[in-house]
Ligand binder design. Structure first.
Ligand code: UD1
Ligand code: CA
Length: 468
């Protein structure tokens, strides 16, 4: 008897002035829809269906088949949106269905579970998640009775007395699936907005002798959404501080929050210091005792303990314990920097493993490479991985020494403990322990500069006179 989730996501959000569906607008780098899905997943709910409408294809593209969707071709109200999902609901008719708004990102596991508990305990046909707020303008008002509720009245349909009620409908409900299906077809658009209101199901169910409850959430932000860009910025501000406060509680150090953004699914160990200008997104995780920043952007990156990342940008990379990286380093997807390795200024790593204690200290590109332990790269080295059509790998053994300004033309192997001479363009494999030199021998032309130098000296003498 699995429970269903129906996320209403058909809306446009006109005042956002975008061609995206409103639910795909982002809070801290994740679409609002993703926040809602995440809360359901946290509550152990995985039978999810999303009702799409405006720019529906974008919802499908975003979900990538992760969850079911149904199309609401015309936006005729929240009740109409649910009607489009009748087939989905019928598949699991014996359980309950959680209905949520895809544009209220702060719904949480505790609220979802608390409401379901009350819903089951009181044997309700519907349980509405409510919130008591300072300014209830625009929200549906909850009409309480002695032991439940008698309905929800939309703001535009309220009497002056009802407008004073500040317990509002968050837009999140638990329905007994069978009961919901039994009244959906009875909804009519006879109201101020000419819409099919999902909230009208409550009165219809009460008329059938069923019970309706209101679950007042402890989460003060549960009903928050945004109607315009300023509102969306406010959601970002709220989410940002919520998350930073959680990390503070876990022992993460912040000295200045300027420019610090941490996504909802990021984990950070105690004693790690996040410096200003740092943004951590996606499934990024950072261990304990590390220093991240200033100005470090990590996306889906795994960072170990006691790591230093100073002015680093990393995407889908792994950085093991005690590595020190930066300043001004880019780690592109599938880079692995092993324990205690050092990457210095102006280095780019892509799809490459950098072995333990290996140093890539300055001005170097390492792409499509497997680099062993204790390797030293001189300044200005390049793995030449691309011939314009295909990519090739470079393999460098432990303890190798890559001289300054070496080009390693892949596919190529540098053996264990082997050396490449500075300025070499290495096109063939270098055996273990050997030195490879691929550059012209030095040719000396004695006295070459004499006549040239005389002319230049005259020129500079003249310029010096003019400067006086
Ligand atoms: C609805 C509730 C109101 C509640 C408020 C909370 C109704 C009648 N009213 O208000 O009591 O306080 O939510 O935010 O349900 N949607 C569709 N298709 C539609 C209409 C809406 O998919 O035809 C989706 C929207 O994308 C949004 C959600 O449903 O995610 C809520 O729609 P919205 O118009 O914001 O809700 P209201 O009608 O203002
Ligand atoms: Ca509406």
């Amino acid at each position: 008897m699995a429970d269903n989730v129906l996320i209403l996501a058909g809306g446009q959000g006109k005042r956002m002035k975008t061609t995206k569906p409103k639910v795909l607008l982002e809070v801290l780098g994740s679409p609002m829809l993703e926040w809602v899905i995440g809360a359901c997943e946290n509550a152990g709910l995985s039978q999810i269906c999303v009702v799409k409408g405006y720019e529906a294809q974008q919802i499908d593209d975003y979900l990538c088949g992760r969850y079911e969707t149904v199309l609401q071709a015309e936006r005729l109200g929240t009740g109409h949106a649910v009607m489009q999902a009748t087939d989905f609901l019928n598949k699991n008719i014996d359980g309950n269905t959680l209905v949520l708004c895809g544009d209220a990102p702060f719904i949480d596991k505790d609220t979802i579970e608390g409401a379901l508990k009350l819903h089951k305990q009181d044997n309700c046909a519907v349980t509405v998640v409510t919130s008591v707020i300072g300014n209830p303008t625009g929200y549906g008002r909850i009409i309480r009775t002695e032991n439940g509720i008698s309905g929800i009245v939309e703001h535009k349909d309220c009497t002056p007395e009802q407008l004073k009620i500040n317990e509002i409908n968050s837009g999140c409900y638990w329905f007994e699936t069978k009961a919901l299906l039994s009244v959906l077809s009875e909804l009519t658009p006879n109201n101020a907005q000419g819409e099919y209101y999902l909230t009208d199901c409550i009165e219809l169910l009460l008329k059938k002798g069923r019970k309706a409850q209101a679950y007042s959430s402890e989460n003060p932000d549960v009903s928050l959404g945004a109607n315009d860009r300023a509102g969306l910025l406010k959601l970002n501000d709220i989410a940002r501080m919520k998350i930073i406060n959680r990390h503070l509680d876990n022992g993460v150090e912040f000295t200045c929050l300027d420019g610090v953004i941490i996504g909802k699914d990021v984990t950070i160990g105690g004693g790690t210091h996040i410096k200003s200008g740092s943004q951590l997104f996606g499934k990024t995780s950072v261990g304990e005792g590390s220093v991240i920043g200033p100005n470090t952007i990590l996306t889906d990156t795994v960072v170990g303990d006691n790591v230093i990342l100073n002015n680093v940008q990393a995407n889908k990379a792994v950085v093991e314990d005690k590595a020190t990286i930066g300043p001004w380093v880019q780690l592109r997807p599938d880079s692995v920097v092993k324990k205690s390795a050092h990457i210095g200024d102006f280095v780019e790593i892509k799809n490459a493993t950098i072995g333990e204690r290996t140093a890539v200290a300055h001005l170097t590109y390492v792409g499509d490479s497997d680099v062993g332990a204790n390797v030293n790269f001189g300044c200005g080295c390049v793995t030449v991985n691309y011939d314009g059509e295909n990519k090739f790998r470079t393999v460098i053994g432990d303890n190798a020494f890559i001289g300054c300004n070496t080009n390693l033309v892949a596919p190529v192997k540098v053996g264990k403990g082997a050396y490449t001479a500075a300025g070499s363009t290495i096109t063939g494999d270098v055996p273990d322990g050997a030195l490879a030199i691929e550059r012209g021998a030095t040719v000396i032309k004695e006295g070459y500069a004499d006549t040239k130098l005389q002319k230049r000296n005259e020129k500079f003498a003249k310029l010096a006179l003019e400067d006086k």
